[in-house]
Design a protein around this ligand. Structure first.
Ligand code: CA
Ligand code: CA
Length: 407
């Protein structure tokens, strides 16, 4: 049984004397008091005291966005933040200022669709290339795409130039769910995309479709000749693994293993270790069941499919994923951090070679959509505010002695 936090162990305080907790920094604010966890001026701080031997930490509200979905850090410490209705923001934590990045195409906003992920090319410092995912409409309905563009920054704002769509979900289908479209680069510069099954079930097992798959491409969208299904041509050639449902987070560990979590059906969220050419079984098997009550045979009944390394029952609704390698939380190095939507939590996962387990869960009192590691070694989170609502950006830092109230 996972240790849970004391429900009463969250205490909101104001780090600085500014009464405005909704905005970013105010240059007139006094310096923070706690050296171990320097606060952002004006940030609302909440102390989280884990039960037993867990470490206390502090969450700070940094900024608010309009339906934020994903973020990534630039080399200069600023962030790109996607807002699901279709805007890309440049945010500077040092000043609290945010500006618009123009050049994002119109997105198919609605349901789970809209502007999705944003990541940098591994060579961004030299080539300025960024990748975004979003939903578009077309023949048959809607589908997720990945586009590449060159980012030009100008003061507090910027623009995307030479934008080109380099990958599309095939086929476009009705509905506005399960796009997934999370993006990551591996250490060899390959581009990885999680492609959700768009709530259509069977495409996850259909190699004429790239829905319900994990995709591996060159950085320009072309298909690597050594992909496992390259000889089948078509969209099958893009596929690295199949049998997925709605994978909303992927991360590479220090040894290069690819871990992908996936929002399963009722009582069947998964963390999978992704292997070349493997089939993860959806919708033929799942340890969960369909939401309409129909059973799905469990993984144990069909050993030819790869079984998950972790199954969550009840579900956590995983979204966002980072494997931590910073110094700020030294004892968390190598751990995975997964945001929880319905679970309103941050879930910490430990790895041991090819196995994984949840070790701790931190209640956040709100839906967590995205997790990143900052250059400051803090964990940065985005809140999923729901349609039309603002969502907060938080950062998590170790608590100092001064932060922790005496018992
Ligand atoms: Ca991110
Ligand atoms: Ca089942």
């Amino acid at each position: 049984m996972t240790r849970h936090l004391l429900a009463a162990a969250c205490i909101t305080v104001l780090a600085a004397c500014s009464a405005d907790t909704s905005a970013g920094a105010d240059s007139a604010s006094p310096p923070p008091a706690a050296e171990a966890a320097p606060a952002m001026a004006g940030a609302a701080r909440t102390i989280v005291l884990p039960a037993a031997d867990g470490r206390p930490f502090v969450t700070e509200e940094v900024a608010r966005f309009n339906e934020p979905w994903a973020m990534t850090f630039l080399p200069d410490g600023r962030l790109l933040v996607t807002e699901k209705p279709g805007t890309l923001k440049l945010f500077d934590p040092a000043s609290g200022r945010s500006g618009a990045i123009t050049g994002v195409p119109e997105v198919a906003y609605g349901g789970q669709g809209g502007l999705g992920d944003v990541v940098l090319h591994p060579g961004f410092a030299d080539n300025g290339l960024v990748y975004i995912s979003y939903a578009e409409t077309g023949d048959g309905g809607a589908g997720g795409v990945v586009a590449r563009a060159r980012l030009q920054l100008d003061g507090d704002a910027g623009a995307l130039h030479d934008l080109a769509v380099i990958w599309r979900q095939v086929p476009k289908v009705s509905g506005q769910g399960h796009y997934a479209h999370r993006i990551a680069f591996d250490g060899d510069g390959m581009l990885w995309i999680t492609s959700g099954e768009r709530q259509k079930f069977d495409p996850s097992q259909d190699m004429a479709s790239n829905l319900g798959k994990v995709i591996r491409l060159h950085d320009d969208g072309s298909v690597p000749a050594d992909n496992p299904f390259a000889d089948q041509g078509g969209v099958a050639a893009q596929v690295w693994s199949l049998g997925h449902r709605n994978p909303l987070g992927l991360a590479f560990d220090a040894d290069g293993r690819l871990w992908v979590h996936e929002m399963g059906p009722k009582n069947g969220d998964e963390l999978n270790l992704i292997e070349r050419g493997a089939n993860y079984g959806y919708p033929v098997v799942s340890d969960g069941e369909h939401y309409d009550g129909r059973p799905i045979p469990d993984h144990a009944t069909r050993p030819e499919f790869n079984a998950p390394k972790v199954v969550w029952t009840p579900v956590i609704s995983p979204a966002g994923f980072v494997i931590y390698d910073g110094d700020r939380f030294a004892d968390w190095r190598g751990n995975g951090f997964i945001g929880g939507l319905s679970s309103q939590a941050l879930v910490r996962v430990a790895f041991d070679g090819d196995s994984a387990r949840e070790v701790e869960r931190y209640p956040m009192q709100t839906r967590i959509r995205e997790v990143e590691q900052g250059p400051d070694g803090a964990l940065w989170l985005l809140e999923d505010g729901g349609r039309g609502a603002s969502g907060r950006m938080f950062r998590l830092l170790p608590a100092s002695d001064a932060d922790v109230p005496e018992a």
